[in-house]
Write a protein that binds this ligand. Structure first.
Ligand code: GAP
Length: 610
C-alpha cells in the first residue's frame, strides 16, 4: 500500500534527525568513513529507548499472556527455509538500473524519489494554470537541468523541441505534474511520453524494471561457492514456523497459542530512505499466533462465529472463526500502541488491504499506518496467513507439522457417520468455491476426524526501528515555558511516554559548590538507581539542566535544595521537589516515598492491555 508522502521532507524531520544525533539517539553507521547507506547505530539514549520498546512489546505480547511463548532463533538458517517460504523465488522488488548514472531506483518509488530532488520544485514553477511557461522552462533547462539532470533528452538530445513539449501540454488540456513534464522532456518527439520513465537522478530514460531479490547473501564455511550460499534472514517469522513443532512438543501450549520473537532482519533495500524508516538492517517484533482451521473449530464447538462489529473482542472464545481472531489481534495491537501514547485517529490509521493488494498466501491483511512527518506509512502489518507457511515447510522438509487434539478425535468419533458425511460434504463444497479439489477436502476431513490438522496463523509484525521513529516523531514538540526569571523561553521537549523514556528521572543538586547538597543528591541518586534508569547532573544552571532533560524526554527531575538538607527549618527536611516534564508542576515528596511515587507514574499497568 503506497499512500502519498508530503511533497517536501518536513522541517520537523530535519529537526528530529538533528536532535537524534546531537543527543545520542541515532547516528549514521560508519559515519567517520562517510556513512553506509541503509544502516544506523543507536547511541546511548537510542539504545535505552529501543530496549524499553522491546521490553514493552515482550511484556504485553508474551509475559502478560498465558497463550504466548518466546523464541530466540539464529539469524542464519538452512537455505531450504527460504526456498520453502517463497523468499528465494518471490521476495523481489522491481528495480530500474540507470545506464547513464548507474543509480538504482525501486520502480514503485520513482515518484517519491523525484519529489525529494531539488529539480522537482523548480520544475513545478514552470507549470501554470494554462499550461507551460515556455521562457521559464527554457531558463530551467539551461540552469537547473544542466546541473541536476544532465542526461535529460531535452538538453542532451538535439532532436528535442521545447515548443513540442509546450504544445503537447496544451493538447493534454489537464493539470499535469512536474514528473509528467519530465517524461515529456525525456521523450523523443513522436513517441508516447507515458512509455518513457526518466531517471529521477539524472534524467536519462530508464530501461524496463527488473525483479531484484532483496535477501542479503553470504556463505557459511571457508569456501564461498553456491553450495555454501546462505541468507541473512529477511524476517524473523520463518524461524518460528521452522521451530513450531519443537516449541509445541517442548512447552505446555495448546492451540490457540502464539510464538513471539524479536530480532534482527536484513533486506537489501534498493533505496533505503526516510532516516531509519526503510533500512537494510532492522529489528522485527513478530508474533505467529496459531489457531484452529475454521473446520476444526466448528467440529469441536458445533458452531463458528464470524466477525461482526458488535462482537465483544475482549476475551477469546472457542467458537471464533479466523476473521474474528484477525480483528482481535488488530485490536490488541492498537491497545499496545495506546500504552505507548500512540492513538488511533491522532497518530494511527488502519488500512485494510484490497483483494488485489494481498500477498498470494494472505486471506486478509491490515496495515497499521503511522503519520510520520514524511507521510502516512506502514508501521505494522497484521496478516491472516492461513496454513501457508506450515504447509510449505511440511512439504519441503518432509516432516509432519500437524498437531493432534484428542478432544477433536473424541468429538468426531461421537458423531453418527451420517453427520460426519454431511460435515465432509459441506467442506468439499466450501473448498470447491475457492478452487480446491474434492479429494483435497475429503483428505483434510479424514485427518480432522483423527484429531490432526495443520494450524492456521495470524501474524502481527512490527518493526522496532519504525516504532522508535514513530514514538520519537510523535513525542517531538516545541513550546514556550518560563525560564528561571519567569521570562518566556522556547524549549524542545520529547513527550515520550514515561515507560519508554530512556532516562526516567534526573537527580539535580540545586548548586554544585555546596557539598551538603551534592552529598544528599548523590545519596538520592544511588537510592533511585536501584530501581530506575536515573541520571545525575550537577553541571550548569538548574534551568539549563531542566531544558536538557526535556530535550531527551526525561519525565521527572528530582531537585535537592536547601529545604532538603534542612537549612530552612525542620519541616521540609528530607523532602525533594519532583518536576513533571509535561505539566512543569513541582511536587514536594519525602525521599522515602520517591521510589513508589516514580514507579507508579512510569509503569504501564497490565490491565491497560485488555
Ligand atoms: N513477516 C512479515 C513481514 O516481514 P513486512 O511487512 O515485510 O512483513 C513487517 O515487515 C514490518 O517490519 C513492517 O511493518 C515494518 O515495520 C518492518 N520493516 C519491514 N521492512 C523494513 C525496513 N526495510 N526497514 C525498517 N523496518 C522494516
Amino acid at each position: 500500500m503506497k499512500p502519498q508522502p508530503s511533497a517536501n521532507p518536513s522541517i520537523l524531520m530535519e529537526k528530529l534527525v538533528s536532535l537524534c544525533k546531537r543527543r545520542g539517539f541515532i547516528y549514521q553507521s560508519s559515519e567517520i568513513y562517510g556513512g553506509w547507506n541503509g544502516f544506523w547505530d543507536y547511541g546511548p539514549l537510542g539504545a535505552e529507548l529501543k530496549r524499553n520498546l522491546r521490553d514493552a512489546w515482550w511484556k504485553q505480547v508474551v509475559h502478560w499472556r498465558e497463550d504466548v511463548v518466546g523464541l530466540d532463533a539464529s539469524i542464519i538458517m538452512h537455505p531450504a527455509i527460504w526456498k520453502a517460504s517463497g523468499h528465494v523465488d518471490t521476495f523481489n522488488d522491481p528495480m530500474h538500473s540507470c545506464p547513464a548514472c548507474k543509480k538504482l531506483t525501486r520502480a514503485d518509488q520513482i515518484l517519491n524519489i523525484a519529489q525529494e530532488q531539488k529539480w522537482y520544485s523548480s520544475l513545478s514553477q514552470t507549470l501554470t494554470k494554462n499550461g507551460l511557461d515556455v521562457p521559464k522552462l527554457q531558463k530551467w533547462l539551461q540552469r537547473e537541468a544542466q546541473s541536476q539532470l544532465p542526461n535529460l533528452l531535452a538538453i542532451s538530445g538535439p532532436e528535442f523541441s521545447v515548443e513540442f513539449a509546450a504544445k503537447t501540454i496544451v493538447t493534454l488540456a489537464q493539470q499535469i505534474t512536474p514528473f509528467d513534464l519530465l517524461r515529456l522532456l525525456a521523450c523523443p518527439p513522436g513517441e508516447n511520453p507515458n512509455s518513457v520513465t526518466p531517471c529521477p537522478h539524472c534524467g536519462a530514460p530508464l530501461p524496463p524494471a527488473r525483479p531484484f531479490n532483496l535477501m542479503l547473501r553470504t556463505h557459511t564455511g571457508p569456501i564461498a561457492d553456491d553450495s555454501n550460499l546462505t541468507y541473512l534472514r529477511p524476517e524473523t517469522a520463518q524461524a518460528i514456523f521452522a521451530q513450531f513443532k519443537n516449541v509445541y512438543d517442548s512447552s505446555r501450549v495448546k492451540v490457540p497459542f502464539g510464538i513471539a520473537q524479536i530480532g534482527k532482519a536484513f533486506r537489501n533495500e534498493i533505496t533505503p530512505r526516510n532516516f531509519t524508516f526503510r533500512s537494510r538492517e532492522f529489528e522485527q517484533m513478530e508474533l505467529e499466533f496459531f489457531i484452529r482451521p475454521d473446520e476444526a473449530t466448528e467440529l469441536l464447538t458445533g458452531k463458528l462465529t464470524h466477525y461482526s462489529p458488535e462482537l465483544d473482542l475482549t476475551e477469546p472464545q472457542p467458537d471464533w472463526a479466523w476473521d474474528v481472531w484477525h480483528h482481535y489481534w488488530v485490536r490488541q495491537r492498537i491497545l499496545f500502541f495506546q500504552t505507548l501514547g500512540l492513538h488511533e485517529g491522532q497518530h494511527l490509521e488502519l488500512y485494510w488491504q484490497k483483494p488485489d493488494e494481498l500477498a498470494h498466501y494472505a486471506k486478509a491483511t491490515v496495515d497499521i499506518l503511522f503519520r510520520f512527518p514524511f507521510g502516512t506509512e506502514e508501521l505494522e502489518g497484521i496478516a491472516a496467513r492461513g496454513d501457508f507457511d506450515l504447509s510449505q515447510h511440511q512439504l519441503h522438509s518432509g516432516k509432519s507439522l500437524e498437531i493432534f487434539e484428542e478432544e477433536l478425535k473424541i468429538k468426531a468419533a461421537s458423531l453418527p457417520e451420517s453427520d460426519r458425511q454431511k460435515f465432509k460434504d459441506k467442506v468439499i463444497q466450501n473448498w470447491g468455491n475457492s478452487g480446491k479439489s474434492a479429494e483435497q477436502a475429503a483428505a483434510f476431513c479424514d485427518k480432522l476426524f483423527t484429531g490432526c490438522y495443520i494450524p492456521h496463523v495470524i501474524e502481527p509484525s512490527l518493526g522496532l526501528d519504525r516504532l522508535a521513529l514513530a514514538v520519537l516523531s510523535a513525542a517531538y514538540a516545541e513550546d514556550t515555558v518560563p525560564d528561571a526569571k519567569g521570562n518566556p523561553e522556547t524549549r524542545t521537549v520529547l513527550r515520550l511516554h514515561p515507560s519508554i523514556a530512556p532516562i526516567k528521572c534526573a537527580v539535580l543538586p540545586l548548586l554544585k559548590n555546596k557539598p551538603e547538597l551534592v552529598a544528599e543528591a548523590r545519596r538520592v541518586f544511588l537510592l533511585l538507581r536501584q530501581h530506575l534508569v536515573v541520571e545525575y547532573d550537577e553541571a550548569g544552571a538548574i534551568g539549563r539542566r531542566y531544558r536538557r532533560q526535556d530535550e531527551i524526554g526525561t519525565p521527572f527531575c528530582v531537585t535537592i535544595d536547601f529545604d532538603t538538607i534542612g537549612e530552612n527549618g525542620r519541616e521540609k527536611k528530607g523532602t525533594v521537589t519532583v518536576r513533571n516534564r509535561d505539566t512543569l508542576k513541582q511536587e514536594r515528596i519525602p525521599i522515602n516515598q520517591l521510589v513508589p511515587y516514580l514507579l507508579e507514574r512510569i509503569a504501564i499497568a497490565p490491565n491497560q492491555n485488555s
